[in-house]
Design a protein around this ligand. Structure first.
Ligand code: PHE
Length: 461
């Protein structure tokens, strides 16, 4: 297949016909925008609460440092070196045998965005509800009504249209500009909310629930799997999103520094989100609901709390607006993986590529909008299992098959970071594959069980 925008393979600095990020901050913010999203708030807080509070937090930090950052470096080097989207990049550096991994990335992007957009749709709806009528007094019932069915479909489609519109416009004018405005806004909002939450009565109990370690939980394979998969999901790793963004980078950027910046920013927002969620939930005595379901804390307890507390409507609206902002910058990156692959592989123009990909994803997503069980299953399969498979493939590729990745990592690296490169290479070759393989075992087991359960319930009535 032809690669219309493929640059030369010689490693030169000229990149014909490929749009690049206009500024260094443009890339960093777009990548942070990809990382920071519903995962930080919707997934992180409930997984942390279930997984043993501070003990989980520590495990998570270890995962980010030991696995997340090296894996991000794998994706960034491959993207920056080839200036191609995942399929073409893997073909160029690894030959035909690695093309399926690129396809897996694209499929994962399709699947994740299809349900991610449904959740983002709920988020937008809450934000609008906050502005127009206030939060519902019976949030559980309300959520039951809006989370599945026709109205969920409409909000999902609306969110997809928004995402498509930005991706259609292109890297600099669409993605970069959106990130430059939206990301700093989101940061300020989250910091403000965390400060506010600290003033609530009951905040101390919330902090205790979130931050007191329960070490016993850590020995559980599921918790280990969740910490790793959550790190991948939250850092947008294992499906080529970072690879794709790095393909719009010029060759002289310091990848090490950027990987560290992106990872810390992402962890920071996740941690802060916990500092908002738990005090609010405890202030109103709603802790029983938190771990009941994946969506309980965010879409039931919180709106319930906002409905009851003074000033809750304003703060709540701001919270859901921030969440929607995070969701859109992440959705952009998911759609960009698919879009750029279509542009590179099929030679379509950007606008048509974004529209065709977006329409297909929107249609698949209708299934998740109609049934929350489908949504949960899709998340378990794509968000947990596929990301882990992709991460394993990526680490094996860069560690063992790519030619001289260390040299590529060293390009543009400052002296401080250059010193870490041998250690990073060691992690990529000898630590990532075995650790991720163990995680894959548990992820496979849990996904398998979830599939059986799903069809058991579906068939059994
Ligand atoms: N990192 C995003 C979030 O936390 C989700 C995402 C996953 C985006 C994979 C791109 C790729 O919400």
């Amino acid at each position: 297949m032809s690669q219309p925008s493929a640059p030369g393979t010689s490693g030169g600095d000229t990149v014909s016909a490929r749009e690049l990020f206009g500024t260094k901050w443009g890339f960093v913010l777009a990548a942070v925008g990809s990382a920071v999203g519903l995962g930080n708030m919707w997934r992180f807080s409930y997984i942390a609460a279930e997984g043993g509070g501070a003990a989980f937090l520590l495990l998570y930090i270890v995962m980010v440092l030991l696995i997340g950052i090296p894996l991000m470096l794998c994706e960034l080097t491959v993207g920056r070196k080839t200036h191609l989207s995942p399929i073409g990049a893997l073909r160029q550096l690894g030959g035909k045998a690695w093309v399926p991994l690129g396809f897996l990335f694209v499929v994962t992007g399709f699947l994740i965005l299809s349900y991610y957009s449904v959740i983002a749709g709920w988020t937008m709806r809450y934000a609008v509800e906050g502005i127009t009528t206030g939060f519902p007094a019976a949030p559980g019932e309300y959520f039951g009504q809006i989370s599945e069915g026709a109205s969920a479909v409409w909000w999902h489609l609306g969110f997809m249209v928004l995402t498509m519109a930005i991706v259609m416009v292109g890297v600099q004018k669409g993605i970069e500009r959106a990130a430059l405005i939206l990301m700093p806004t989101l940061f300020l909002i989250i910091v403000g909310l965390a400060v506010w939450a600290g003033t609530l009565e009951g905040a101390a109990e919330g902090y205790a629930f979130y931050l007191v370690p329960e070490w016993g939980e850590l020995m559980d394979g599921t918790v280990l799997r969740q910490a790793a998969a959550q790190a991948f999901f939250s850092l947008s790793l294992g499906m080529g999103a970072m690879l794709t963004f790095a393909s719009y980078l010029s060759r002289d950027t310091d990848l090490n520094q950027e990987a560290v910046t992106i990872s810390f920013a992402d962890f920071g927002v996740a941690f802060l989100a916990g500092l908002v969620v738990f005090p609010v939930v405890f202030a109103l005595g709603l802790q029983g609901d938190v771990s009941e379901s994946t969506v309980g804390a965010l879409f039931i307890s919180l709106p319930g709390a906002f409905a009851e507390m003074q000033g809750g409507r304003v703060v709540g609206t701001i919270f859901f607006v921030a969440l929607a902002v995070g969701a859109i910058t992440s959705a952009i990156s998911l759609l960009e993986v698919v879009t750029s692959s279509i542009i590179d592989e099929l030679g379509m123009v950007r606008r048509n590529a974004a529209i065709s990909a977006g329409v297909v994803i929107a249609i698949i997503g209708v299934l998740s909008a109609l049934s929350i069980d489908v949504l949960g299953l899709a998340d378990q399969i794509a968000g947990d299992l596929f990301l882990v498979i992709g991460a394993l493939g990526m680490s094996v590729f860069v560690g063992w098959f790519m030619k001289d990745p260390a040299a590529e990592l060293a390009r543009g690296a400052g002296t401080t970071f250059s010193r870490f490169i041998p250690a990073v290479m060691f992690l990529i070759r000898f630590v990532l594959p075995p650790v991720i393989a163990v995680v894959l075992w548990f992820a496979g087991r849990d996904a398998w069980n979830a599939i059986w359960e799903f069809f058991g319930v579906a068939l059994g009535g």
